[in-house]
Design a protein around this ligand. Structure first.
Ligand code: THU
Length: 130
């Protein structure tokens, strides 16, 4: 199954009773295994979590720490870009050139990379004095 199809599949399970905007994400770890995540909203709105965060949590729980590619899908007029927080989360486990595919359920896609999504990212080196 393609990464987009894995994202499409898990999107069906999204819990989005407030925004009614279901999102699915699927990422491949260094091992080749695929991890899926969907958005999980909460009546206390800021407690909701994004699809990307769910997929990352599944990867970490399985003992992997490197994203080699990721796909995100939603039912929107144009491919939906990850929110700012998710860009930083992707940067934690992806490289500058890690491919990101943004997709719509009706087949539009946008290819980008983790580095393009978050130029000038905050990195561990910024906490070193020299
Ligand atoms: N959302 C995601 O899960 N990922 C994105 O990349 C964009 C936004 C979710 C969060 C919230 O549940 C809903 O979409 C509306 O913002």
């Amino acid at each position: 199954m393609s990464l987009i199809d894995a994202a499409r599949e898990v999107r069906e399970n999204a819990y989005a009773p407030y925004s009614h905007f279901k999102v699915g994400a699927a990422l491949r770890g260094r091992s080749g295994r695929v991890y899926q995540g969907c958005n999980v909203e909460n009546v206390a709105y800021p407690e909701g979590t994004c699809a990307e965060a769910g997929a990352i949590a599944a990867m970490i729980a399985a003992g992997e720490t490197e994203i080699t590619e990721i796909a995100v899908i939603a039912d929107s007029p144009a491919p939906v870009p990850p929110c700012g927080g998710c860009r930083q989360k992707l940067a934690e486990f992806g490289r500058h050139d890690t491919p990101v595919t943004l997709a719509t359920v009706d087949g539009k896609t946008l290819e980008t990379t983790v580095g393009e999504l978050l130029p000038g990212r905050f990195e561990v080196g910024h906490m070193e004095r020299r």
